[in-house]
Ligand binder design. Structure first.
Ligand SMILES: NC(=O)c1ccc[n+]([C@@H]2O[C@H](COP(=O)([O-])OP(=O)(O)OC[C@H]3O[C@@H](n4cnc5c(N)ncnc54)[C@H](O)[C@@H]3O)[C@@H](O)[C@H]2O)c1
Length: 253
């Protein structure tokens, strides 16, 4: 027989008493924040954008949750987030840089500048914050980390350029690398890889070819966020090192 503790059955997502740190509160991050908050979480939201620049931010209860305007690539920001992580139960990283790449000349200064920014935001900051989180969570007995990858990291993507797609492939690999080391310390590290989703990230870009998506349409952020919130919840305590695909069927592992 198994020796699982005798816990009550999960009746749904329960973040009661939990502190969730969410990096990036755009389309998917904000929908995830709403779900976690509605199920009892106290939130620390970090975004490079000011709260006033994000109309939906007004929906977050300022008495209970905090919004910190920071660029997560800066060392000072990472150290401040490290302090927040000391009592965090979950870290969710949704921040990303999705540049308009196709016109970039490979040998131009512009290419190198874009390369550095994409890698700094999408994988550099992700690595540093996740590793800070593992140390802090392990010291408190465990926790959960969810990183946003992308279908672009699986199959190249419908809208993305080489730098963004490659950075997301790195996110998927890093998830597995860190999970192998974090799982024995009680920390779940997983990745959620969305398909094309209707958020500010893709605003103004050419429309995706929906005839290539079996579901026949792109996603809404509230179709991605529930899976992110689930992975950040105590209910996902035995899931380690997975890249979970939510993409309308365009890529099946
Ligand atoms: N929208 C899509 O089609 C799509 C598809 C696949 C994967 N994803 C991934 O899902 C995640 C969420 O995407 P989204 O569509 O919600 O994007 P979004 O642009 O709506 O939100 C991202 C948020 O991150 C913030 N951010 C960016 N750089 C930052 C920095 N340096 N420091 C702090 N905050 C920063 C932005 O201000 C923004 O609010 C990203 O990792 C993205 O790569 C999105």
């Amino acid at each position: 027989m198994n020796d699982m503790p005798n816990r009550p059955p999960h009746m749904g997502l329960d973040f009661t008493g939990q502190h969730v740190v969410i990096i990036g509160a755009g389309g998917i991050g904000y929908e995830t924040a709403r779900i976690c908050a509605a199920n009892g979480a106290r939130l620390s939201i970090i975004d490079i954008a000011d709260k006033s620049e994000t109309p939906r931010a007004n929906l977050v209860d300022a008495d209970r949750h905090s919004w910190l305007k920071m660029d997560v690539t800066e060392t000072a920001s990472q150290l401040r987030i490290g302090e927040l992580l000391e009592d965090a139960d979950a870290l969710i990283i949704t921040s990303a840089y999705f540049p308009d790449e196709p016109a970039l000349e490979l040998m131009s200064d512009e290419w190198f500048t874009t390369f550095r920014r994409v890698m700094d935001v999408n994988i550099g900051a992700t690595m540093r914050l996740s590793q800070l989180a593992v140390a802090a969570m392990a010291a408190r007995g465990g926790g959960r980390i969810v990183i946003l990858g992308s279908v672009a990291g699986r199959m190249g993507g419908l809208l993305s350029g080489a730098l963004y797609a490659s950075s997301k492939g790195a996110v998927h690999t890093f998830t597995r690398w860190l999970s192998l080391r974090a799982a024995p310390r009680g920390v779940n590290v997983n990745c959620l890889a969305p398909g094309v989703t209707d958020t500010p990230m893709i605003a103004g870009r050419p429309p995706a070819d929906t005839s290539r998506i079996p579901a026949g349409r792109i996603a809404q952020p509230n179709e991605i966020a529930p899976a992110v919130a689930f992975l950040a919840s105590p209910a996902a305590g035995y899931i380690h090192g997975q890249v979970i695909d939510v993409n309308g069927g365009i890529w099946m592992s």
